[in-house]
Structures are given as C-alpha cells and as structure tokens.
Write a protein that binds this ligand. Structure first.
Ligand SMILES: Nc1ncnc2c1ncn2[C@@H]1O[C@H](COP(=O)(O)OP(=O)(O)OP(=O)(O)O)[C@@H](O)[C@H]1O
Ligand SMILES: [Mg+2]
Length: 579
C-alpha cells in the first residue's frame, strides 16, 4: 500500500515537474503527432526560432541563437555592466554594492563558499538574503535577495539587480553552459558581470543580438602583488599567513605534516573533495586571527574570488592532474591562485608569490606578467524541453543515444561550444538500464554524482534503482547507526569523503523529488557527522604541543554514529548482483 501511495505521489509529482523553474529555461513545449510526423506548436521560443528557418521546419539541433531561449529576459532591455580587471581589484565588491542597494536581486557565483560569503555579507548589511545551492536552502523570511551557485539561478523570477561572478567560467568545458544560461537568461533590469578582461569581446558579441546596453568598467588591483625572486628555500622559512598550494590530497597532507613537524605552525587545509562545510570551517579558522591555525595548505579550490588572509602564496608545483594527465597550470589559473595573496582590507596589504622549486620561477613570473588568453567561446547545453522533443522525434526514451546523437548533430555559432558531456553520458548509460522516464534520467545526469568515484557512483546506482523500483528511497536502507570512527588513514579519509558525496547526492535529489527522497534531514545530519569526523581527523593529524602524534589516542565517540561498513557491505551486494 505504502509503495502504491508513493507511486501515485510520484506520478502527481511528474505533472508538477513539467516545468520546474530550476531546470527549465522556458515555459513548457507542446508537441502533437499528426499523421506520424511531429510538429511543435505554441512555444514562444520555437515560434521565434521558426523565423530562422525559412523552410518552416524545426531543427531542434540548431543552437545558433541561444539568446531566444529566454523570452522573459528578451522582453527587457537590460543594463549590463562588465566589471573586469585583475584579481583583488574590487570588481565583486562594487557589483555587490549595487546588489545591496537594489530592491530585489540575485548573486550567482561559481562556488558554494563564495555564495555563502555573499549571503553573509548581505545579511550583515541588513539586506535579508537567502542562500540557495544544489544542496542547501537557507531561506530568510521576507528576503528579496538570494545568493546562489550559478546552476541554481532562476530564469523565471524578475529582479532589479543580478550579479554573475567569475564570468570567465563561461569558457569552462563542463560548467560553462550554466554561466551562459545566466548571462543570457537572467531577467533583471541591471546585470553586473564580474571577471577577467579576457572575456570582454566574447560577452560583447554574445549580448549583441539581445539589445541589452553593455558598459565595460575596467579595474586596477587595489594592493600590490609581488612575485619574489627567490624560492621558499627551507620549510623553516614558512611564516604565519603563508598558503602552500598543491594539487593532490596526498601532497596536501604531506605538506601539512611537514610544516607542522617544524613545531612553529598549525595548518588549515582546503581542497575540492573536502566537504564544503569543512572547507568553510578550515578557511574561517585560517582567517581568524585568534585561531592558532595560521598557515594554509590548499589546492586550487581557493582559486576563485575568495577573500582569505593570505600574505604569500607558495606554489609547490605548477602542474596538476586534470583527470587524464598531468598538465601545466594555465596563465589564468596561476593568476587566479596567486591573486589570493594580499587581499585589500586584509591584515596583509602586500601580497607575495613564490614557489618551492627554482625551475618554476621563470614560468611563475612570466604568467603573472601576461594577460590571460582571450576566451573565444562560451559553453552551451540544450534545455530539457529540446532534448525531450528530440527523443520523441526519435521515438525513444534512452537518454544516452539521444544525447550522443544530439551532441553530434548540434549546430552552433562560432561563439559557442557544446558542453563536455563525457561524464553525463556515462551516467545516462547507467540510468538507461532502469525503467525511468526521460525527465528522471535527465535529472540523474545533472546530479552532482562524481562518476570517477566508485562509492559515489554506487550511491547513484542504488538511489536510481530504488527510485525506479519502489518510487521511494529511504536512507536507512543504506545507513544504520553504527560505530564509525575518525579515519586513521588516507584511504579511510578518502572513503569518508566519498560517503559524504553520496549523502550530498541524496540531499540534492531530495530537493528535486521531495516525496521520493523523504529523509533529507537524516542525510543532512549524517553529512554533518562525516564532516565532524573528517575535522577530527584533521585536528588529530596535526602537530600537537607535546609533539605526540595522536592517531594512537582512543577515538572520541560522537553522539550519533554512522556505520560506513554497512554502506560498504551494501554496495558490495550491489556489485555482486550486477555481476
Ligand atoms: N571600495 C572598497 N572599500 C572597502 N573594501 C573594498 C573595496 N573594494 C574592494 N574591497 C575589498 O577588497 C577585497 C577584494 O575585493 P573583491 O573581492 O571585490 O575583488 P575582485 O576584483 O572581485 O577579486 P577576484 O578577481 O579575486 O574575485 C574584498 O575583501 C573587498 O571587500
Ligand atoms: Mg571577485
């Protein structure tokens, strides 16, 4: 009975999901079948699009005029201000001033940390501001402002003022399309766009057909950034306010240990797969003058827009593994990361940059002197409406072949590229095995699963399988109260980070399919426990006053404990079944 009720609820939800504002850029499409052929009717964008095809035939794969996908924004003549300049030049600050002064508005940023920083700033300035990210909803009563991660930007709400930060991300292979969507689709009278000057010509070209009025404002760095002529030399030269940058978890912990063994400093760490709440805490502790964590060891997760109390950036390497191979950092990446040193208004008014290896100094110096290479194209991805019509046209609900074919056939103007869908196609192949509708498949493909992470992928499979079979996914089927302890090794730490990703995925799904994923609170509390355990690990792996390594201490029990072995066992069962 419970299952039947859940299935009914799910069906009802389907109709409600016909046009969810957080995914659809347009109002819904209508398609009717006439004598075996399909024709599209009454969709404003498609009516507009017809203008571009004299034959009167629709070509769904024609993405050459993406500005027409956003009729609400096109009804306005937006005043667009491009705030461009080097890092630490006050671009975001000035845009936020306008946002604070507006009657309604939205900030769209690339990172959850940044979105949180902005929400805090607005609330502190007595401008009630919601925080909305894929996995968080902190709604403030009466708020007319929101701070969001760019993927969450709502194209259907009208604002007086909108801000898009780090707009050079339009050129990002995987996330660029979300920045393009915000740039073309935000429905606001004023739009403030902040970023690197390398993106100006592209933005001007892209906005040209919209009729928006574009003004470019150039900025200069507010405080000096000095590339040092010498390397760090010995680790004994590390001082408070230093940030050592490296790109793998292993080397982050190795450097942390090395610095702490010197007995003078304790380190905060910030890197991508650390739970965001842990990252925030670590960054806050580093920023806090009263905390004894006065050195930061971080990956490029600190590279964008954040205001940290860093005096000197020390690159341990200028190469990073990008998922396929080791590659040199780009000029833009070096400048972004280096730009975290000596933030205006921080306790270090002059920033310094150096590296560990003297062979790297010439590249570092030349990168800091060079302009970032011009960004030529912006990312694009078809809306669900278009993909849905395309699938109907081909008479199939299999998402992977539909997406693959669409990508193959897509026609773009020279200002755009189609998003890198490699990971999405892998997820599509997984969900195509399940009896799910196209919309659900699309949803799983957009979910924040880390397909390169085994545990995260298995979590997705389990969540999708249970959803397809029963219409409801209970977290307790995977988690039971248990005896998990603070990780004692890197492998255990990595595993806990992966489990955190699975829980984040559950929370993400719970915001989209509320009835089918009812245990959001439980998932959120388990997520916090994961972060607490990781933080405990970070504390214990630190140098202690008495010089003792405290791994050997009896682990502290947490109030509510969590059994990772249960999850492992569960996932192993999935493995066995799928063989
Ligand atoms: N006019 C100002 N008055 C006071 N503080 C300012 C002013 N302009 C900038 N700041 C402060 O200087 C710091 C850097 O400014 P901001 O974050 O706007 O730089 P940015 O150009 O956006 O840098 P990035 O490219 O790294 O994002 C922030 O802490 C900001 O609050
Ligand atoms: Mg900024």
């Amino acid at each position: 009975m419970a299952v039947a009720a859940a299935l009914l609820r799910r069906r009802a939800l389907y109709s409600a999901l016909a046009s969810p504002s957080w995914l659809h850029d347009t109002s819904s499409c209508y398609i009717c079948s006439i004598s075996g052929t399909h024709s599209l009717v009454n969709h404003p964008n498609l009516r507009l699009q017809r203008g571009y095809h004299n034959s009167g035939k629709f070509d769904l794969t024609d993405l050459t005029h993406p500005h027409i996908w956003y009729p609400n924004a096109r009804e306005k003549k937006r005043n667009v201000f491009l705030h461009v300049g080097p890092t630490n030049s006050g671009k975001t600050h000035n845009a936020l001033k306008r946002l604070e002064a507006s009657t309604s508005g939205v900030y769209c940023g690339p990172l959850r940390l940044l979105a949180r920083e902005v929400a805090q700033r607005l609330n502190k300035a007595n401008v009630p501001c919601n925080l909305i990210t894929g996995q968080e909803r902190e709604e403030i009563e009466g708020a007319k402002h929101s701070s969001v991660t760019v993927e969450m930007a709502d194209m259907t709400t009208e604002y007086q003022c909108a801000v898009i930060d780090e707009i050079q991300m339009v050129g990002c292979r995987s996330r660029g399309f979300s920045f393009t969507r915000a740039l073309l689709g935000l429905c606001s009278d004023e739009l403030h766009v902040c970023g690197d000057p390398a993106v100006v010509p592209l933005i001007q070209r892209i906005l040209e057909p919209t009729g928006d009025v574009v003004t470019v404002q150039y900025y200069e760095r507010l405080s000096p950034l000095v590339p040092l002529k010498t390397t760090l030399g010995s680790f004994s030269n590390i001082k408070a306010g230093d940030c050592v940058v490296t790109f793998s978890r292993r080397s982050i912990y190795m450097l942390k240990r090395r610095i702490e063994m010197g007995g003078k400093h304790l380190c905060s760490v910030v890197y991508g797969s650390l739970p965001p709440e842990t990252r925030t805490k670590q960054a806050t502790m580093f920023n806090d003058q009263d905390s004894n964590l006065n050195v930061l060891v971080a990956s490029d997760a600190i590279g964008m827009g954040l205001n940290l109390n860093i005096s000197r950036i020390i690159f341990s390497t200028l190469e990073k593994f990008d998922g396929i191979c080791n590659r040199e950092l780009t000029v833009a990446e070096i400048k972004q990361i280096a730009g975290r040193a000596g933030r205006y208004g921080s306790k270090f008014p002059v920033g310094e940059v150096t590296c560990l290896n003297s062979d790297h100094l010439p590249l570092l110096h030349s990168a800091l002197k060079s302009p970032s290479p011009i960004i030529e194209r912006a990312g694009l991805f078809p809306t669900f409406d278009v993909l849905s019509l395309y699938s109907r046209l081909h008479g199939t609900d299999f998402f992977q072949p539909i997406l693959e074919r669409f990508l193959d056939k897509a026609k773009l103007s020279p200002d755009y590229f189609i998003a890198d869908c490699e990971d999405m196609l892998k997820v599509a192949a997984i969900v195509d095995e399940l009896p799910l509708g196209l919309y659900d498949k699309y949803l799983f493909c957009l979910s924040p699963v880390d397909i390169r992470d085994d545990i995260s992928t298995k979590g997705l499979i389990q969540f999708a399988e249970n959803y397809a079979k029963k219409g409801i996914v209970r977290l307790k089927e995977i988690f039971t109260p248990g005896t998990l302890q603070v990780p004692k090794s890197h492998n255990q730490l990595k595993e806990l980070e992966s489990i955190h990703k699975v829980l984040e995925l559950y929370v993400w799904l719970s915001f989209r399919l509320e009835d089918s994923y009812p245990d959001r609170e439980l998932a959120a509390s388990q997520k916090s426990i994961c972060s607490m355990l990781i933080e405990e690990y970070l504390e214990r792996s630190g140098w202690q006053q008495n010089g003792r390594k405290d791994f050997l201490q009896k682990p502290k029990r947490l109030h509510q404990e969590y059994d990772a072995s249960q999850l492992r066992k569960y996932f192993q069962e999935i493995d066995v079944r799928s063989k």
